[in-house]
Design a binder for this molecule. Sequence first.
Ligand code: ZN
Length: 166
Amino acid sequence: MSYTLPEFLAHALALEQEAAERYLELADMMEAHRNDPVSAVFRDMHRFSLMHHEEIRKRVGDIELPQLKSWQYRWSSPPEKGGEEAFDYMLETYNALRYARENELRGMEYYSSVAAEAGDPELARLAREFANEETEHVAALDDWIARTPRPSTTWEEDPDPLPPSG
Ligand code: ZN
């Protein structure tokens, strides 16, 4: 699969917009949960995403962008979770951090794959630059995850991913 600059820019804009919205939600959630340090982390990530979005918008200029399908940029929720249960689940700081990390990783992998396969040197350069930024975000979240106590249920290593009933 090869990518064009307009496709790439459309993806990058949508990914940053999505990240900004999700981080704002996560920050508010952590604040309501009185977890101020992690709320501050998510607010920083929200700000970085907005700044990055703005930079990309400038880079787009007059270039006409293709329409994307939402599955191409929406953050994926933890598997087997939905609605209110997903919300409760996310109140666990550890799970919220893992959720953000999974999605940052997806962004990083997308940018890396474009960088690896781009024929256009300018596209490859931009994609590499964006991949590096996402690598830093993943590393920052990893630091926090390492410092956060694991809850009794996580969706990754849990052999029975259903939330406890009742
Ligand atoms: Zn990021």
